[in-house]
Design a protein around this ligand. Structure first.
Ligand SMILES: [Zn+2]
Ligand SMILES: [Zn+2]
Length: 309
């Protein structure tokens, strides 16, 4: 299962009911924070989430509306006596961003680590062994005015455990749990691997977070088949399409077209310009491409669960 909470839906400037960009993802009791706009730690508290569960902060780019919450959050984690390392990832040059943030925060009682994630992604266990084995984070390039990347969080699912195969291979029942967890088991007749006692892999879960970006093929490709995509929709009005493209943003229509082309199951829009008083006025422009588009609200949350067998 993956729990996702959208913490902020504003672009550039916070409004009383719209905080700046951040989303909190929890899986197996551990968490990733995507972006950390000003006010993020307050939003985490408001939603009764636990900032101590965060192992990784994944930044999409280094514009202030996506990271000015960082020093405050780091300082609070220090006050809370965090001990585990906290990893921060983002596009290059990552250290040029982390250094001044760490300086501004002052010393922390936990290490702040820069995490370079390769294009093929990384197992979340690289950040803490307590993460589910099949949880992965993969960055993908986006199209903004500065170096930027979005993220794809996946939770793969092994095939169904087949007891009859385990019995034929003489695996004691006491060892079945290890095979189900993906471990090899030694029997008097030799090593038994999990794939020998499971059916074909089953559909896993996929979450995509775009950050700021214009419509681009890499985003469509990364979002393919996602169960949930939180995409930016800075502008509602299709009249702003050209400007959106120029400034590295999307209109509702462009974001919805991306989601439709990628075959996304659920689309949430976020990162609304403060000039849009009520994003609902423009929802129809998204629905034209992606019926069922959801306008993000601060505090909106969902649980992505595996399909029933
Ligand atoms: Zn932004
Ligand atoms: Zn930006």
């Amino acid at each position: 299962m993956i729990d996702v909470t959208l913490l902020g839906t504003a672009a550039l400037m916070p409004l009383p009911d719209r905080g700046l960009t951040a989303a909190y993802l929890e899986c197996g009791g551990r968490a990733v924070l995507f972006d950390c706009g000003e006010g993020t730690q307050t939003a985490i508290r408001r939603e009764k989430l636990n900032p101590m569960k965060i192992d990784l902060i994944a930044l999409t780019h280094y514009h202030g509306d996506h990271l000015f919450g960082l020093p405050g959050l780091l300082q609070s984690l220090h006050v809370m006596e965090r001990e585990r390392p906290l990893y921060i990832t983002g596009p290059e040059p990552l250290m040029e961003m982390i250094r001044p943030v760490a300086q501004l925060t002052g010393g922390t009682c936990f290490p702040i680590m820069a995490a370079q994630i390769p294009p093929e992604g990384v197992s979340m266990q690289a950040f803490d062994p307590a993460w589910p084995e099949k949880a992965r984070l993969t960055p993908f390039p986006t199209k903004h005015r500065s170096p930027s990347q979005g993220y794809c969080f996946t939770l793969d699912r092994a095939g169904k455990f087949l007891p009859e195969k385990a019995r034929v291979l003489n695996v004691p029942v006491t060892e079945w749990g290890r095979l189900q967890k993906g471990e090899e088991v030694e029997t008097p007749e030799g090593i038994v691997r999990p794939e020998q006692v499971t059916g074909p892999p089953r559909k896993g879960l996929k979450f995509v977070f775009s950050g700021d970006t214009a419509e681009c093929p890499a985003l469509t490709e990364a979002a393919r088949g996602a169960d949930l995509a939180i995409l930016e929709g800075t502008f509602g009005d299709p009249a702003h399409e050209e400007a959106a493209d120029r400034y590295g943003h999307m209109t509702f229509g462009r974001a919805a077209r991306t989601a439709a082309e990628a075959g996304v199951r659920e689309l949430w829009l976020a990162h609304f310009s403060q000039r849009m008083e009520d994003p609902a006025d423009y929802l129809s422009h998204a629905e034209a491409f992606f019926p069922g588009t959801v306008l993000g609200r601060d505090g909106m949350r969902t649980t992505l669960a595996f399909e029933k067998d």
